[in-house]
Design a protein around this ligand. Structure first.
Ligand code: DC
Length: 230
């Protein structure tokens, strides 16, 4: 069967990664969570003390940017890939609230985006990939054979994220999480470079009132039709 590129974009906590991962497993495709890459660069800046009160020391970060190494390494036990930053597994650390609160400030930096987009394009050279993010269908792979744009109401998304964080043992309040979801929506959609928006040829998918299995069934069946026609 012909291999295609599947671009899944959308707002934070719309369940993009969950669906993308399942789709990749079912199709035996690679899966790339590009948000993890922006999160890893954010963690790097935080670790170096280059983000204070949400202000980034861009000069210091840009000097080190060429030396930042990002890699997805498969974890066979967990059946998923994990993000490594300069050789260290940072998969847990990049999901913390402190990273979520600062990542949008890192994602607006042109040079960071250029580096990460180039890496992402390299990962998709051989197709057979499901990539999720904010600009995959618009910038990274504008010619992707299948583009999906996921949405859900801010409250639904904050609720999902809140539960996830509590499950991991993080001490957060629902209001904090909702505020973060809204802030990121605003910054991600209004930034100058590659703002979050639906590609004109993407299909929109609102999953506010839909269970995971139902979503997956629909997207999977649609994907098979697209692959068939490609
Ligand atoms: O998908 P996520 O919530 O883990 O992404 C974290 C942040 O990274 C998100 O707020 C915006 C940014 N991002 C981006 O600008 N472009 C991407 N392709 C992926 C993520």
């Amino acid at each position: 069967m012909k291999k295609i590129i599947i671009a899944i974009d959308g707002y934070s906590s719309t369940g993009k990664s969950t669906i993308a991962k399942r789709l990749a497993n079912a199709l035996e495709y690679g899966f790339i969570d590009t948000g993890a890459m922006y999160r890893a660069v954010t963690l790097f800046a935080l670790n170096n003390g280059w983000i204070i009160d949400k202000k980034v020391n861009t000069e210091a970060l840009l000097l080190e940017l060429p030396n930042i190494q990002l890699k997805f390494v498969p974890n066979t036990e967990l059946g998923k890939s994990e993000m490594y930053l300069n050789g260290t597994n940072v998969e847990t650390k990049i999901r913390k609230m402190e990273v979520s609160e600062n990542v949008s400030q890192i994602a607006i930096i042109k040079e960071v985006r250029e580096k990460l987009v180039a890496l992402q394009q390299e990962m998709g050279l051989e197709k057979g990939i499901v990539m999720d993010g904010r600009d995959i269908g618009t910038v990274v792979f504008p010619d992707a054979e299948l583009k999906i744009f996921m949405t859900a109401s801010p409250k639904t998304r904050a609720n999902r994220r809140y539960k996830e964080l509590l499950d991991r043992g993080d001490q957060v309040t629902f209001d904090e999480v909702l505020k973060n979801v809204r802030e990121r929506d605003y910054i991600d959609s209004n930034r100058e470079i590659s703002p979050l928006k639906r590609a004109s040829d993407a299909i929109e998918f609102d999953n506010s009132d839909m269970g995971l299995d139902d979503q997956f069934e629909r997207i999977y069946n649609y994907t098979l039709r697209v692959i068939d026609k490609s």
